[in-house]
Design a protein around this ligand. Structure first.
Ligand SMILES: [Zn+2]
Length: 228
């Protein structure tokens, strides 16, 4: 590992899982456990057309206007709550061309989902720690990663510049994801910790982490891989 670049030592805790159920949205603060009330009557005022959010919770920006009937029909056909329907559409729009992989540690305490290509570009690094733990990983923006459970089962090892956050499961020791020094605003995900069925191809690129400064600064794309 090189030693010249000193990061501000920022520590980032992985996003906490939604409190009540796995299918909650990323902003899981809106009482996700509450069962959705029945859809409002057809004549209901605009802006209350989103069952699942009560009148006082719903900001005016959610007024559905001419899309109200279509939205309600969509929810009904797909059998989704308002929150689930919104998540489905946001995911479909924001993660076009990507697939949702799921994965985790060995004992099952740590579970996550990550949106990435089905054709993964994996770095095989030869720095001091990556060699010891055989830390092959692909890099994603933080917004593409969601910890579903296990925040309290993670422990973190750091060394040298303390930029990389080597998070691993306290129980089984498996590092299924971490925060790389090269991309502190994203995550490095271990492809071998993903569940079967969503990877079609893996391209492995060796990276010379022994000369970290030269390898990362000279790399044409690695820094961009954590940008949404
Ligand atoms: Zn574990």
């Amino acid at each position: 590992m090189g030693k010249a670049r000193r990061s501000p030592g920022r520590r980032r805790t992985p996003p906490a899982p939604p409190p009540a159920r796995e299918r909650g949205s990323r902003s899981a603060s809106r009482a996700p456990a509450k069962p959705p009330p029945p859809p409002p009557a057809k004549g209901a005022p605009l802006g209350s057309g989103c069952p699942g959010a009560s009148e006082e919770e719903e900001p005016p920006s959610l007024a559905l206007g001419a899309q109200r009937e279509r939205w309600l029909q969509f929810q009904k056909r797909q059998r989704l709550s308002c929150e689930e329907a919104a998540k489905l559409l946001l995911d479909a729009f924001e993660y076009q061309g990507l697939v949702k992989h799921t994965g985790g540690c060995h004992c099952g305490a740590v579970r996550f989902e990550v949106w990435a290509s089905d054709n993964l570009h994996v770095f095989d690094c030869n720095c001091s720690i990556c060699v010891k733990k055989q830390n092959r990983h692909f890099i994603v923006p933080a917004s593409h990663f969601k910890l579903l459970k296990g925040a309290d089962h993670l422990t973190t090892y750091t060394f040298n510049t303390h930029s990389a956050q080597h998070t691993f499961c306290k129980t089984c020791g498996v590092q299924s994801f971490y925060t790389p020094r090269s991309n502190p605003d994203g995550y490095g995900i271990a492809p071998h910790c993903l569940d079967d069925g969503t990877i079609t191809k893996i391209t492995v690129e060796p990276i010379n982490g022994k000369e970290w400064e030269k390898a990362v600064k000279g790399h044409p794309t690695i820094r961009n891989m954590s940008k949404p």
